[in-house]
Design a protein around this ligand. Structure first.
Ligand code: ZN
Ligand code: ZN
Ligand code: ZN
Length: 186
């Protein structure tokens, strides 16, 4: 049986609280909204309803060696169950236990997603923001019916060139989808 000295189950990371620490901080500040995590609303709003003691220390890692913060999660435990049984013509509440998966197993079983630093390595994360800025400027110029201006042509070239840089980085594997896995830490 694992040690119970770890405190409460806390998937936000051992050091700091808050939804932005889901999966040990590898997710960004909006991680609580991360749809593929299927977090309950109470978690997305910053409450973690788990009262189980933590049994596993672990962190999310990618193949390239990016590491999230340490998390401590609950593991298999006994949950109380109450059932009714007819005993000598009377219903009685019968106490039992059932083995329940913990949050460690929960996180293991769901696709943890891809490593953000691998999907957006520097300087491409910055470049992506710039592209979005240029596209927004182009859109403003279109709205003003200035689609034939030299600035629009310049912006188009910049967006195309940046797109080629991103494609090349993807082709070279600099930008890539790196699955996250959860590993136990002793
Ligand atoms: Zn990677
Ligand atoms: Zn838990
Ligand atoms: Zn990575």
């Amino acid at each position: 049986m694992a040690t119970l000295l770890l405190g409460r189950c806390n998937p936000y990371g051992a050091e700091t609280g808050g939804p932005k620490r889901v999966l040990g901080g590898l997710y960004g500040p909006r991680s609580a909204e991360t749809p593929e995590m299927n977090l309950p609303d109470s978690v997305a709003q910053g409450e973690w309803p788990c009262t189980q003691p933590a049994q596993v220390r672990c962190r999310a890692v990618c193949r390239c060696g990016h590491k999230g913060q340490l998390m401590q999660l609950c593991s298999w435990h006994d949950d109380d169950t109450w059932t009714s049984e007819l005993v000598a013509g009377e219903f009685r509440r019968v106490h039992g236990t059932v083995r329940a998966r913990g949050h460690y197993e929960e996180f293991l079983s769901r696709q943890a997603g891809f490593c953000p630093p691998c999907a957006w390595p520097a300087p491409y994360a910055e470049l992506q923001k710039e592209i979005q800025g240029w596209q927004a400027e182009m859109h403003r110029l279109y709205v003003l019916a200035k689609w034939d201006s030299p600035r629009v042509r310049q912006l188009q070239t910049m967006v195309e060139d940046a797109g080629k840089m991103m494609d090349l980085a993807r082709f070279q594997g600099i930008i890539h989808n790196c699955p996250l896995t959860l590993v136990a830490v002793s």
